[in-house]
Design a protein. Structure first.
Length: 238
């Protein structure tokens, strides 16, 4: 059976991690639309470690109409944060699963100081230290433009953009063939509300992680490819 380039990269990184025992645990910070999901998904493939997106976990619960999903939908539709207890519980269960043994990429968590402090206690108890916190820096207007044009695949969670990163075939996921949709919280008024909440509640985490010496700020205004290359250099050097 032919092996494509992406599978080879994953295999190489798996072997490298197994041989060197190197683990990679990282957190993505940044406003909504800064490109966390886009880069986390690529890095997950590159390094063979799972992307843990709290937003995607919640959207799946909403789609399956679980108890968690019904509760979370109310907040998500308005662009507000789901309660700290619920989110901390999700992460606590997720990071101990076997696919996280070689590391993980947190995309969308933590989002509050309470979440970050709980997470610190959690990783200390389990002896799984975080290597780096990557903060993507973009302007507010760029975020609005990116989110208003975003399309998402409900099957594999890959993100596209009508203008900046279009799928090969209109409305269809280039990776898995899923039918792309526009997230309800990507309407401009909800995006502005999410940005306000980000500024008030999540942005203070930049200082929090800077003080711990874990923060790396990345210019998030460059192309997807160029940011990815920079991130790989940072992570390969760790
Ligand atoms: P979540 O899904 O995490 O949303 P978010 O943080 O607001 O982040 P986004 O997914 O909107 O943006 P992103 O940074 O991943 O950007 P992307 O790569 O897609 O959370 C949704 C909701 O769930 C929250 O509002 C909250 O209610 C709840 N929730 C989740 N986690 C929670 C927590 N920890 N606590 C409490 N509640 C929580 O890129 C955006 C677009 O731009 C795409 O179209 C992409 O193709 C394009 N793009 C990306 N990079 C570039 C580039 N360099 N150049 C041009 N275009 C680009």
């Amino acid at each position: 059976m032919p092996i494509n380039k992406a599978s080879l990269l994953v295999l190489e990184s798996f072997v490298r991690q197994r041989e060197g025992g190197k683990k990679l645990r990282l957190i993505f910070l940044g406003p909504p639309g800064s490109g966390k999901g886009t880069q986390a998904s690529r890095l997950s493939q590159r390094f063979g470690i799972p992307q843990i997106s709290t937003g995607a976990i919640l959207r799946e619960a909403v789609a399956n109409k679980t108890e968690l999903g019904i509760k979370a939908k109310e907040y998500m539709d308005k662009g507000e944060l789901v309660s700290d207890d619920v989110i901390i519980g999700i992460i606590c269960d997720r990071i101990v699963q076997t696919d996280c043994e070689n590391g993980f990429i947190l995309d969308g968590f933590p989002r509050t100081i309470v979440q970050a402090e709980s997470f610190d206690r959690m990783v200390k108890e389990k002896n799984i230290p975080i290597d780096v916190v990557l903060s993507l820096d973009v302007s507010e207007e760029m975020v609005v433009r990116r989110l208003c044009g975003r399309l998402v695949c409900p099957e594999c969670n890959v993100n596209y953009h009508l203008e900046f990163n279009p799928p090969k075939k209109k409305g269809v996921c280039s990776k898995c063939g899923g039918k792309l949709y526009h997230r309800p919280d990507d309407e401009e008024d909800v995006v502005r509300r999410r940005l306000k909440i980000y500024k008030e509640t999540t942005e203070p985490l930049i200082g929090y992680y800077q003080q711990k010496g874990l923060l790396r700020v990345i210019n998030g205004t460059e192309t997807i490819e160029s940011i990815f290359k920079q991130l790989v250099i940072v992570l390969e050097g760790m």
